[in-house]
Design a protein around this ligand. Structure first.
Ligand SMILES: [Fe+2]
Length: 237
C-alpha cells in the first residue's frame, strides 16, 4: 500500500559526478527566464509569499523538452534523470529545480506538491540529517490537500494530525519519494547559507504503468529505517 508510505529514500543509481558550482551558477542565471513560463511563475516573487518562500525556481525541462541548454551543459545529470527512476526520458514531463535561498533559515512554508508521482532528488544537500518535516492527514486522502497561500501557517482543506515527523536523507545526494496526498511538508534549514538543490522529476506514465509504484515499494523495504509511514493519529509510527 504505497499510499501509506509518506517518505522513503529511493533505490536509484547514485547521482553522478557533475559541476556543482556550474549548476548553482546556471540556476542563478536561468531563474529569471523561468518566470516567463505561463501558469508557473517563480513564487519567490509573488507578493504575499515572497518573504516566506524558501526557494528560487528553475525549469531545466518543461513539456518534455530540455530548457536553456541544460542537457548540453550537464550531460551526466541529463542522462541520469533518463535512467535513474526506471521510466525513460520521454516520460519526464518537467524537471523543476529548487535551490534554497541563501538567506532562508528555520522551518518554512507548509504545503503539498501538485505532481502525480512524488519523485524527488537532492542533487546536493549538506544538511542531510534533518531537512524536511511532514504532518500526516487525519484520514487517508484521494487527492492533494489544498492550502491557502499567503501565510507561513496556511489553512488546509483537510484535517491534519497533531504530530510532526522528520525525514532524513541517507546521503547528501539522494533520490527520494514524497507523498503529497496523505501528508503536508515543510523544508527545514538550520543554518544560513545552505547548499541545497531539491529537484522535482515529474513523470507522465501510461495508465497501468506501475514502474514507479514498484520503485517506491522496493525502496521502502530496503531502507525501512528511513521510511515515514502514515498511521492513524496517535498510533505508533
Ligand atoms: Fe514541496
Amino acid at each position: 500500500m504505497t499510499e501509506k508510505i509518506l517518505y522513503t529514500p529511493l533505490d536509484t543509481p547514485p547521482v553522478p559526478e557533475y559541476d556543482l558550482d556550474g549548476l548553482l551558477e546556471w540556476c542563478k542565471q536561468k531563474t529569471i527566464n523561468t518566470q516567463q513560463i505561463p501558469g508557473r511563475l517563480d513564487s519567490s516573487n509573488v507578493r504575499g509569499i515572497q518573504d516566506v518562500y524558501p526557494w528560487h525556481i528553475v525549469y531545466p525541462r518543461k513539456n518534455f523538452e530540455w530548457k536553456y541548454g541544460f542537457d548540453e551543459q550537464f550531460p551526466q545529470l541529463a542522462d541520469w534523470f533518463g535512467r535513474a527512476y526506471g521510466p525513460s526520458l520521454d516520460k519526464i514531463h518537467d524537471i523543476i529545480m529548487l535551490p534554497i535561498k541563501s538567506e532562508f533559515t528555520g522551518v518554512g512554508f507548509w504545503h503539498s506538491d501538485p505532481d502525480r508521482w512524488g519523485m524527488r532528488v537532492y542533487l546536493e544537500n549538506q544538511e542531510p540529517g534533518e531537512f524536511l518535516r511532514m504532518i500526516p492527514t487525519k484520514e487517508l486522502q484521494q487527492g492533494r490537500p489544498n492550502f491557502g497561500q499567503g501565510s507561513i501557517d496556511p489553512v488546509f482543506n483537510v484535517e491534519l494530525q497533531d504530530r510532526v515527523l522528520s525525514a532524513k536523507l541517507m546521503n547528501p545526494r539522494q533520490a527520494f519519494f514524497l507523498n503529497s496526498k496523505n501528508a503536508v511538508h515543510a523544508v527545514v534549514n538550520p543554518k544560513p547559507g545552505p547548499l541545497r538543490i531539491a529537484t522535482i522529476v515529474s513523470f507522465t506514465l501510461q495508465p497501468g504503468d506501475d514502474t514507479l509504484v514498484e520503485l517506491i515499494r522496493r525502496s521502502a523495504e530496503k531502507y525501512d529505517d528511513y521510511v515515514l509511514r502514515w498511521t492513524e493519529s496517535g498510533a505508533a509510527t
